[in-house]
Design a protein around this ligand. Structure first.
Ligand SMILES: [Zn+2]
Length: 577
């Protein structure tokens, strides 16, 4: 199933990134690069840059970046191997198919699911579908919207679908693994009975499961397919396939239920997706992140909705996404709200959406007595873990100022609270290693990488040791990827290095380091590197990792390098004290 690495390299080298991207958006030649309107965020002046020679794209507006393969993955929702295969086909590169024993079992599952949908659609249209059609009409989703989402019906029968599948030549085992039938002693029977059916698709539009709403009063009201080899609830968004193109320009609207989603699409909000009743996950956000950074979350206004929004905030901070809370007054859920107040009112509510962090900070004010020291302490205790994880300095500062105002305490006190790692604060007091100046530390680390990217010839063993002690995980990962390439004496090729990073932030960083070379002139790179290395090695106390590196170097007999590092650390410490 896997594609040989040299084939991936060949595809990446042969595929013309300008040609491929031009099919999605107009590009104009500007100097060495091509420029266009970014497909991943909405903008009026082009900041989406494609470098033909480097084989990568980079957006100076939203930092979206990647090579020709990741472009197809993001734009068309393809998997990595699919993107490679489609480019290979286009450029006439043959990829040897690794031998498999028999067909992919997942193909059989997809087949069973497709046939099931055929059955559900037929049943809705058929004479037995009266009640279901009436129900759909009463909810207001007949006609075009029902067609767009392929609504169907599972009649109240035990063997309707299982019989249909057997006639279609689908093996019982495949029907069972697809989750549409259940096995009992006497045989198989249908999972969905007496329900309106919502087919759930993956990013490519393939059916991966179903949701069913009971229309005969039987519990549970909603029933979903069980997880299977092709269906993971926490990684799937209902309606994503229909909404993804619109998301790029309008952001994504998150709702919980099937009907909420249909209601939004019906009223023109075609950028809505649904979590199908589960809590928002990191994977949900990552799906959307390929298209937009902005997420409008329509949570219910009750306590459960509030908890859901805090959980969502927790995830969004680490994904560095702009998550906004939309409050719907007067209506319990989005479907009801739209029926009662219409699309204009929804538009207004979305326009007024506030960043979830702000929503959280304000909401907390109403829950604590901030006039008392105990109330202030509780407030600070609740917000510090959230704020301290915001990576953007400006954004973190913005909220720190807000907290200071609310609590009527100096801003420095908030910063102080943010610096002390929680849990260790009581034990060791202030001044723990990395807390000294995380911003400064990051800057020195970044400088090391910048110099390295432009002057690979300056790479040495002490740089490699310094990389080990980087405190910023993204910088550390990018550093080790770049270092790996340099030490193999390979040219620093942005497009291929990007594929080595398995996460977006690292990819973005690598692209940023390697593409922005127009302004990359460094007067005295050796000196700059030397200075930054010193700062990296001397931040706070000696880092455990560095100490271990020294030990290892000594074991390896590299005493010279080891003593060089020791010396650097001691001079730095002297100067500081
Ligand atoms: Zn962009």
């Amino acid at each position: 199933m896997s594609i040989p690495k040299e084939k991936i390299d060949e595809v990446r080298e042969r595929a013309n990134i300008v040609q491929v991207i031009s099919e999605y958006l107009p590009l104009t030649k500007r100097g060495q690069n091509h420029l266009g309107l970014c497909p991943f965020h909405s903008e009026k002046t082009p900041s989406f840059t494609v470098s033909e020679t480097k084989g990568i794209y980079y957006c100076f507006g939203c930092n979206a970046t990647g090579n020709v393969i990741t472009f197809l993955m993001k734009r068309d929702g393809m998997s990595f191997p699919d993107a490679v295969r489609s480019l290979a086909k286009r450029y006439g590169i043959t990829i040897p198919e690794v031998q498999r024993s028999g067909p992919d079992p997942r193909d059989l599952i997809y087949q069973a699911l497709r046939a099931s949908m055929e059955y559900f659609l037929r049943e809705l249209k058929g004479p037995g579908g009266d009640e279901a059609r009436e129900y759909i009409k009463r909810r207001g989703f007949e006609g075009e919207i029902a067609q767009r989402f392929n609504l169907g019906y599972a009649p109240d029968l035990w063997d309707g679908l299982s019989g249909f599948l057997r006639k279609k030549g689908i093996a019982d085992a495949s029907a069972l693994s697809s989750g549409v039938v259940i096995k009992k002693e006497k045989g198989f029977y249908d999972r969905f009975r007496g329900r309106v059916i919502f087919p759930i698709t993956d990013v490519r539009g393939r059916i991966v499961g179903f949701g069913g709403r009971s229309i005969n009063g039987k519990d549970p009201k909603y029933l979903n397919s069980p997880e299977s080899q092709v269906f993971k609830k926490g990684e799937t968004l209902y309606g994503f396939y229909q909404a993804k193109q619109q998301m790029a320009s309008a952001g994504a609207i998150f709702v919980e239920g099937y009907f909420d989603l249909l209601a939004l699409h019906k009223h023109g909000f075609t950028n809505a997706v649904a979590t199908m009743g589960t809590a928002l996950t990191k994977e949900h956000l990552r799906l959307v992140k390929a298209y937009t950074n902005t997420v409008y979350a329509l949570f219910d206004s009750d306590a459960a909705g509030r908890n859901a929004s805090i959980r969502a905030l927790d995830i969004a901070i680490d994904e560095e996404m702009d998550l906004r809370a939309v409050t719907l007054k007067g209506g319990k859920d989005p479907d009801e709200f739209l029926v009662k107040f219409g699309a204009e009112a929804m538009k207004e509510a979305i326009a007024k959406a506030e960043p979830l962090m702000e929503f959280f900070l304000k909401d907390l004010c109403g829950r604590l007595d901030l006039k008392t020291p105990a109330g202030k302490r509780k407030y600070l205790d609740s917000v510090v873990p959230m704020l301290s994880r915001i990576r953007n300095v400006a954004e973190r500062g913005h909220y720190a100022a807000y907290v200071a105002t609310v609590l009527n305490i100096p801003q420095e006190s908030v910063y102080e609270a943010l610096k002390i790692p929680r849990g260790t604060a009581e034990k060791s007091g202030r001044g723990t290693t990395d807390a000294v100046d995380p911003k400064g530390a990051r800057l020195s680390e970044l400088t090391v990488l910048k110099v390295m990217a432009r002057h690979p010839e300056l790479f040495s063993e002490s740089v490699s040791v310094a990389l080990e002690s980087f405190s910023d995980p993204v910088l550390k990962k990018a550093g080790s990827i770049i270092a790996g390439s340099i030490s193999q004496a390979k040219p620093l090729d942005a497009a291929s290095l990007m594929d080595e990073a398995d996460d977006e932030p690292t990819r973005t960083l690598i692209a940023g380091l390697l593409i922005k070379d127009d302004d990359g002139f460094i007067e005295d790179p050796a000196r700059m590197l030397e200075d930054s290395l010193k700062r990296v090695m001397n931040k706070g106390n000696i880092k455990e990792t560095t100490r271990r590196m020294i030990e290892r170097l000594e074991e390896m007999g590299r005493t010279e390098v080891a003593s060089d590092i020791r010396k650097r650390m001691s001079t730095g410490a002297k100067r500081r004290s």
